[in-house]
Ligand binder design. Structure first.
Ligand code: GS8
Length: 221
């Protein structure tokens, strides 16, 4: 096992792993990145570190494993406190966690249903996806970021998930910008941030990855 203090068990296309990488970038924490082969065979270290879900990301801090991206981002925020990602006020912290949970439970699943389905089921998924984004637009309001003036916790949780949006758009034949211009403008703002631009992969590569997943799952283009 590596003696690096911070090790990430990673998969380049995983929006959940991207969250952790953006948070580490924001805090200026160096880490060793270990790509996992999720299809060809997971490492012993991954199976041992996340025996319950056997999924990435896993962050090993001083060899102690942490699982679940939102929990990991919270841990990073508490462990390396400058600059804080979560607000200090307990109510605002709880609200931030609410929206992070909403993104996990609703946005990612609705988006996945767009590429997993076609025909009527895909139309339903698109409608649900756009409705979720409109809810997020409401939460964003007139602010630059979910965190207010500063890029923060919810921004990290959400922007990583948007890395798959071009793939959803191409599979579903729609444009997020046509339905949710304010959300789109927020995406642009985040993408101009160095920490985000460094981590988020080329959307065309994600699209190719999604096409491969479709093929693997026997879903027609
Ligand atoms: C989801 C992680 C996940 O789905 C989190 O960390 O927030 N709730 C978790 N990881 C996927 C890769 S991204 O789609 C994974 O590791 N899949 C491997 C598997 O399911 O075997």
């Amino acid at each position: 096992m590596s003696k690096a203090e911070v090790v990430l068990l990673d998969c380049w296309a995983s929006p959940f792993c991207m969250r952790v990488k953006i948070a580490l970038e924001e805090k200026g924490v160096e880490h060793e990145d270990r790509g996992e082969d999720l299809f060809g065979g997971k490492s012993e270290l991954l199976l041992k570190s996340n025996p319950i879900y056997q999924k990435v990301p896993v962050l090993l801090h001083k060899e102690k494993p942490l699982c679940e991206s939102t929990i990991i981002v919270g841990y990073i925020d508490e462990t390396w406190p400058s600059q804080p990602l979560l607000p200090t006020c307990p109510y605002a912290r709880a609200q931030a966690r609410f929206w992070a949970d909403f993104i996990d439970k609703k946005v990612f699943n609705a988006g996945s249903n767009i590429w997993r389905n076609k025909g009527e089921a895909q139309e339903v998924a698109k409608k649900e996806f756009i409705e979720c984004l409109k809810e997020l637009e409401g939460a964003l309001g007139e602010k630059d970021f979910f965190g207010g003036d500063a890029f923060g916790f919810v921004d990290i949780i959400a922007i990583a998930v948007t890395s798959w949006f071009v793939a959803y758009e191409k599979c579903g034949g729609f444009k997020v910008d046509d339905h949710c211009p304010k959300f789109s403008a927020w995406m642009d703002r985040c993408m101009h941030r160095k920490t985000v631009a460094k981590v988020i992969p080329d959307p065309e590569k994600i699209y190719e990855f999604v096409l491969m997943l479709k093929k693997m799952n026997g879903i027609d283009a």
